[in-house]
Design a protein. Structure first.
Length: 144
């Protein structure tokens, strides 16, 4: 969410706008897509994995990553990117070496993953699972 001073409220009162606001989605889309592209490269995701995590078809992802799509991302897509970039940041705070970028592709015996990789688990579990993984990473690093 983005904190925006409200012209309709008392001075100093902050109104919070989320991804449901069309203007905010339009403002954030290009930056979010670039961040997601960097995350895809860092984690070594395939086009299939990237598109599944973003909730689009492979062909749509191929167009998006090439920069030929300039449309506003949906609330769902921005929520997915937000969760994934939070995971990325949390992993880089938790690990000081390349494990931060390898971890999402490693088999994991934790309850959230059931011997799948975190990427596989998030692909099948969608946004709720992405948010669970984000909370898990934050808890492991002592952020909760």
């Amino acid at each position: 969410m983005v904190a925006i001073p409200s012209a309709t409220r008392q001075p100093g009162i902050i109104e919070r706008r989320g991804f449901a606001d069309e203007g905010e989605r339009a403002r954030l889309s290009e930056t979010a897509l670039k961040a997601f592209g960097r995350l895809v490269a860092a984690w070594g995701l395939t086009a299939q994995q990237a598109s599944a995590l973003l909730g689009v078809s492979v062909s749509t992802w191929e167009r998006m990553k090439g920069g030929t799509v300039t449309k506003t991302l949906s609330q769902d897509q921005l929520t997915r990117i937000s969760a994934l970039t939070g995971i990325y940041k949390g992993l880089h705070l938790l690990f000081v070496d390349d494990m931060a970028d390898r971890w999402p592709q490693l088999s994991n015996s934790g309850v959230l993953f059931d011997r799948r990789t975190p990427v596989e688990a998030m692909m099948s579990g969608g946004i709720p699972h992405m948010l669970e993984v984000r909370r898990y990473i934050d808890a492991v690093r002592g952020g909760l």
